[in-house]
Design a protein around this ligand. Structure first.
Ligand code: OSB
Ligand code: MG
Length: 361
């Protein structure tokens, strides 16, 4: 049995600007498990800096090496791995990287595609796009291109002071498209009047307007604003999802499997949302084809009722580290039908992009 990691350095096709910074390169952290003739790959959704959440590549690698890796040595069920690892507080992205390896391993062992292994799959994912900030003409051009490709929902990044300019310019050109905005926690409880000005633009939701770990002020905002609130950063567990619905902090959740310790909790959160008449979709963290394969399998679950940030690989990287990138047709991506996550790894390219590697056990 062998567990290895590769830290890659890959240029993005288009720099991605959010309220917390601009990504020009991404440094994907990839894991490879080999056991009983089965090879599984997964990706930690951490990046080099702790700007989206407190985790980064170094903390993920540290926690995995020192605490989590020992918990997968007998290839337990994913849920059992999470139970064993529950003494480690937080570090969900690190946990997710190993939890997903276990899902892929189990599915491959049974010869089943991951989306079927997870159950209730519609066989495809409904796809939306997340567009970073740029000058407004470039943003409009990107939306134009995305609409031609038949993306089912357009999400644009906003930040404090830029929101009205961005949204009104888009609505001038596209009064009726399915449009949302993502603030990545750039506003505070003092900005409610400003945020309420977005109500007239008929947005499908506003994503994470306030503090990255907040529920209470979001609940307060939800009572004042008519645009539905979607939480991303704040929802780190099924328990927090339940609390969010209990106090009315959101009606929509962006589920990122990496943020919630993996697929087990992603499914739990989707069920909680359904029980509370909420909506859910699968987000992304600019993953390579490795991480993307888990997101797409999850997004195909029938509980996922909104289009996600699950663009095909070609949005992000000139050449992906998988040999079989997804194609999008009519705003949907079909699941792979090979066993497990179905990806075919381009080992040559991984070696080319690797800036660090190591054997964990
Ligand atoms: O907030 O959803 C976010 C990317 C990196 C970090 C945070 C976010 C995002 C995205 C892009 O919006 C989603 C994607 O296309 O992978
Ligand atoms: Mg977000």
């Amino acid at each position: 049995m062998k567990l290895e990691y590769y830290l890659l350095d890959m240029p993005l096709i288009v720099p991605f600007k959010t309220s917390f910074g601009t990504d020009v390169n991404r440094k994907p952290l990839i894991f490879r498990l080999e056991h009983n003739g089965i090879v599984s790959y997964s990706e930690s959704v951490t990046d080099q800096d702790p700007f989206y959440s407190y985790e980064d590549n170094d903390t993920a690698l540290h926690v995995i090496k020192r605490y989590l890796a020992q918990n997968i040595k007998d290839v337990p069920d994913p849920e059992e791995f999470l139970t064993r690892s529950s003494n480690i507080k937080g570090h969900n992205m690190a946990k997710a990287a190993l939890e997903m390896l276990l899902y892929d391993y189990r599915a491959r062992e049974m010869g089943k595609p991951l989306h079927e292994f997870l159950g209730d799959s519609r066989g495809y994912a409904n796809v939306g796009i997340s567009i970073g900030m740029d000058n407004i003409n470039k943003m409009i051009k990107r939306i134009d291109d995305a609409l031609k490709l038949k993306y089912k929902r357009i999400k644009v990044k906003i930040m404090k002071g830029e929101e009205l300019k961005i949204v009104s310019a888009i609505r001038d050109v596209y009064p009726d498209i399915n449009l949302s905005v993502d603030a990545n926690s750039d506003y505070t409880e003092k900005d409610f009047e400003l945020l309420k000005k977005l109500d007239k633009f008929n947005l499908v939701y506003i994503e994470q307007p306030l503090y990255h770990d907040d529920l209470i002020y979001h609940a307060r905002l939800a009572r004042e604003i008519s645009t539905p609130i979607c939480l991303d950063e704040s929802i780190t567990s099924p328990e927090k999802a339940q609390k969010a619905f209990d106090i009315g902090a959101c009606s929509v959740i962006n589920i990122k499997p990496g943020r919630v310790s993996g697929l087990t909790n992603s499914l739990k959160i989707a069920r909680i949302a359904r029980e509370n008449n909420g909506h859910v979709w699968i987000g992304g963290m600019l993953e390579t084809g490795v991480g993307r394969s888990y997101n797409i399998a999850m997004a195909s679950n029938k509980l996922i009722d909104y289009p996600g940030d699950t663009s095909p690989n070609s949005k992000y990287y000139i050449r992906d580290i998988v040999k079989n990138p997804y194609n999008m047709e009519d705003g949907i991506i079909k699941d792979y039908n090979g066993a497990g996550n179905g990806i075919e790894i381009d080992e040559e390219l991984i070696n080319k992009y690797a800036v660090e590697r190591g054997v964990i056990f």
